[in-house]
Design a protein around this ligand. Structure first.
Ligand code: PBG
Length: 333
C-alpha cells in the first residue's frame, strides 16, 4: 500500500538535542541531588564494642555512642545535614512496656549528648516507638494480644520528651498509633520545647522490607505476629493522604513515606497535595537488596545508588533517609 503523503525524511522535533552533550544535560536537568538532601540512619547499641557489623546489611555497623559521635563528625564533613538514631538494646533490658524507652540515661539520650558534643551543627533525629525496647517487638503496649493505642500514646509522649530533653532536634514517631503527633506535640509544648521539630512517619506501610532492620536492632526474634493492625496496608494510597492530613493538623512539621522505592507514587501524591517537606526512607530491605546485587557484580554500585536517590528527589522528596548516605555524599561531593 502506498501512503497518501510522503513521510518527512527527518524528524523535526528531536528530544535528543537536549541530551547531546554533558553541558546541556546539566543545564536542563529538572532536579538535583546534593549531600544536603541526605539523612544518615545510624544503628546504635549499648554493647562494649565500637563497631559491630550487621550481617544482613553489609557496610552497616552497630555503633557505640562514641562511634556514633565519630559518624556525626563524618556526616558534617560530608555535608550531610542530619543523622537519625535507631537503638539496638540488649535483650535483657527489654520488657512488656518497653521501660527503657523512657530512661533519661538510656542509650539514645547518651548518643544524642555524645553527638551534640562532637558535632553540634549536625541535626539529630530520633525514632519514637517502643519496638526496640519491648520483649514482644511491637511498637506499642501489648495487652491481651492487642496493641493498646491510648496507653501507648502516654509512653510515646514521654519518650519524645526524654529525647528532646537530651538535645534531639527532630523527633520522629514511627509507631503508627492514632493521635501520637498531637500527644507528642502537647508534651513538647508543655515542657518548653517549642522548637523541637516533629517528622512524622505519616504513611508507614506494613512491609517485608523492614526485615534486615529488625535483625540490626535485634527485634526480629522478639516479634510475635505482624504489625498490620497499626502499619498501613500496601493496597492503599488515599488512606496515606488521610494519615498525612491528620498528622499535619496535629502539629507535624515534616512527613515521611516509608518504605521508599516501592512507594514513590505515595511520595508524589503527598508532596503534590500538601506542599510540605516530605521525606522518604530507603529502608533496610531496599539497601540489602541492592548490596546483594552489587556484591554479585550485577549492579554498578555508584550509578545504582545515585539513580535510586535521585528518583526520590524527582518524586518530590525534600530529603531521603538512606544507609547509602555517606557513600552517596562522597560521590556527590
Ligand atoms: C519501627 C521502625 C522500623 C524501621 C524504623 N523504625 C521497622 C518496623 O516497623 O519494624 C525500619 C527501618 C528500616 O527497615 O531500615 N520503630
Amino acid at each position: 500500500m502506498t501512503l497518501p503523503f510522503a513521510p518527512a525524511p527527518y524528524p523535526l522535533a528531536r528530544p535528543r538535542r537536549l541530551r547531546s552533550q554533558p553541558w546541556i544535560r546539566r543545564l536542563v536537568a529538572e532536579t538535583t541531588l546534593t549531600p544536603s538532601d541526605l539523612v544518615w540512619p545510624l544503628i546504635v547499641h549499648d554493647g562494649a564494642e565500637d563497631r559491630v557489623p550487621v550481617a544482613s546489611m553489609p557496610g552497616v555497623f552497630r555503633l557505640s555512642p562514641k562511634a556514633a559521635a565519630a559518624a556525626a563528625v563524618e556526616a558534617r564533613d560530608l555535608g550531610i545535614p542530619m543523622v537519625a538514631l535507631f537503638p539496638n538494646v540488649d535483650p535483657s533490658l527489654k520488657d512488656a512496656l518497653g521501660t527503657r524507652a523512657t530512661d533519661p540515661d538510656g542509650l539514645i539520650p547518651d548518643c544524642i549528648r555524645a553527638i551534640k558534643d562532637a558535632a553540634p551543627e549536625v541535626g539529630v533525629m530520633t525514632d519514637v516507638a517502643l519496638d526496640c525496647y519491648t520483649d514482644h517487638g511491637h511498637d506499642g503496649v501489648l495487652e491481651d494480644g492487642r496493641i493498646v493505642n491510648d496507653t501507648t500514646l502516654e509512653r510515646l509522649a514521654e519518650q519524645a520528651f526524654i529525647h528532646a530533653h537530651a538535645g534531639a532536634d527532630v523527633v520522629a514517631p514511627s509507631d503508627m498509633m492514632d493521635g501520637r503527633v498531637q500527644a507528642i506535640r502537647e508534651a513538647l509544648e508543655a515542657n518548653g520545647f517549642h522548637d523541637t521539630l516533629i517528622l512524622s512517619y505519616a504513611a508507614k506501610f506494613a512491609s517485608a522490607f523492614y526485615g534486615p532492620y529488625r535483625d540490626a536492632v535485634g527485634s526480629a526474634k522478639q516479634l510475635s505476629g505482624d504489625k498490620k493492625t497499626y502499619q498501613m496496608d500496601y493496597a492503599n494510597a488515599d488512606e496515606a493522604l488521610k494519615e498525612v492530613a491528620m498528622d499535619i493538623a496535629e502539629g507535624a512539621d515534616m512527613v515521611m513515606v516509608k518504605p521508599g522505592m516501592p512507594y514513590l507514587d505515595i511520595v508524589r501524591a503527598v508532596s503534590g497535595t500538601f506542599r510540605l517537606p516530605t521525606f522518604a526512607y530507603q529502608v533496610s530491605g531496599e539497601y540489602a537488596m541492592m548490596q546483594a546485587s552489587i556484591a554479585n557484580g550485577w549492579l554498578d554500585q555508584d550509578r545504582a545508588i545515585l539513580e535510586t536517590l535521585h528518583g526520590f528527589k524527582r518524586a518530590g522528596c525534600a530529603g531521603v533517609l538512606s544507609y547509602f548516605a555517606p557513600q552517596a555524599a562522597r560521590l556527590l561531593g
